[in-house]
Design a binder for this molecule. Structure first.
Ligand code: ZN
Length: 89
């Protein structure tokens, strides 16, 4: 079986242009960014965790988890906004 790239998407929306969709595993409501890679399987955190655990237990390679540079910049900006002191915990 071809290894799919997965994108872990949460149910909470943080940006006005988030795109609502459903998890490919359980059909839970999730959101993704409009600039997500085109060739990824969208999974909620629970399904992604279950898939990774199953892969590890079976000794199979785990899927690549996709994070685009733009997503990384957004996460960095969001973290700086919500935790301006730089994570002293
Ligand atoms: Zn799911």
């Amino acid at each position: 079986m071809t290894q799919a790239r997965i994108l872990v998407c949460g149910p909470d929306s943080y940006f006005v242009d988030d795109v609502a969709t459903t998890c490919a595993g359980c059909a839970a409501a999730i959101v993704h960014r409009p600039h997500k890679p085109p060739d990824v399987v969208l999974l909620c955190p629970a399904c992604a965790g279950a898939l990774l655990a199953a892969n590890v237990a079976a000794g199979e390679p785990v899927p690549t988890i996709a994070v685009t540079p733009e997503t990384a910049r957004e996460v960095e900006a969001f973290e700086a906004f919500t935790n301006p002191k730089g994570g002293s915990h």
